[in-house]
Design a protein around this ligand. Structure first.
Ligand code: OAD
Length: 244
């Protein structure tokens, strides 16, 4: 990444009328939340793909809840970092803005983001597998077989697992944000989980200028216009706070 690239990226952001941001676990890595595919991404040697599935929950709901209890406990101690705050500040000053996050940790909301789609759900929400009631829940730890206040059915995390469909209304909102933006900024995602992995190319084909922020190359790096290599907490404020 040359100084010219950072400067061009900053000027694209400063002059854009509409900006969409896509984030992944990398933006929260700087708050101390482990990424899924990084060195600290395993829990007891399980990968996310082994536990974040309806089949895993059916087979062993206790194990899946144990994993989520561990993640809820860990995330509860974490705070938004300067990258989350810079994203929220951009929303406050740019009317045509949308944030798409794959993160379930709630740190964007904690930083003050409102115009966002949490496409994989939120770790602080639970859903009853019997009656479908969705509720906010911050209890730590939850019992390993938590039950619904209404019908006593088994609760599950209100998270979109592998093999499950994303909310269609949410997806339509994201599609519009990808079509309409002048600039898409992709921050801290490995770009291997669909549909989010396809969002950069959707925006690019619709004419957006695409900027990636990630310390490492990803499968999308070849199609983006500028790849900024480094940590979100350093680069994102620099990229977005163009008035200073
Ligand atoms: P991954 O763990 O796959 O990727 C994290 C990305 O962040 C990698 O490309 C890292 O290089 C990058 N990264 C690490 N530290 C960073 C930093 N300080 N600043 C910027 N980038 C950094 O996470 P996701 O791409 O978010 O789904 O994973 C996608 C989905 O797979 C997740 O939403 C989750 C997972 O299974 C569900 O839980 C349903």
């Amino acid at each position: 990444m040359s100084p010219e690239e950072l400067s061009e990226a900053r000027s694209r952001v400063a002059t854009a009328q509409a900006i969409t941001i896509l984030t992944g676990a990398g933006i929260s890595a700087d708050s101390g939340v482990p990424t899924f595919r990084g060195a600290d991404g395993l829990w007891r040697n399980y990968r996310a793909e082994d536990l974040a599935t309806p089949e895993a929950f059916q087979r062993d709901p206790r194990l899946v809840w144990e994993w989520y209890n561990w993640r809820r406990e860990l995330i509860a101690t974490k705070r938004p970092n300067p990258a989350h705050h810079a994203v929220a500040a951009l929303e406050a000053r740019l009317p045509d803005f949308w944030l798409i996050t794959q993160n379930v940790d709630g740190l964007h909301r904690a930083a003050g983001s409102h115009k966002l789609s949490e496409i994989h759900g939120n770790i602080w929400m639970v859903r009853c597998t019997a009656c479908g009631t969705v509720a906010e829940n911050h209890q730590i730890p939850l019992p390993l077989l938590p039950s619904c206040d209404r019908c006593r059915g088994l609760l599950r995390p209100h998270i979109v697992w592998f093999g499950e469909s994303l909310d269609q209304e949410d997806l339509a909102r994201c599609a519009k944000a990808l079509q309409d933006c002048d600039v898409l900024i992709v921050i801290g995602t490995s770009g291997v989980v669909y549909p989010a992995a396809g969002f950069a190319s959707v925006a690019k084909e619709a004419g957006a200028f695409v900027i990636e922020v990630n310390p490492d190359p990803t499968p999308q790096s070849d199609l983006v216009d500028i790849a900024l290599r480094g940590h979100a907490k350093d680069l994102v404020p620099n990229l977005l706070e163009t008035g200073e």
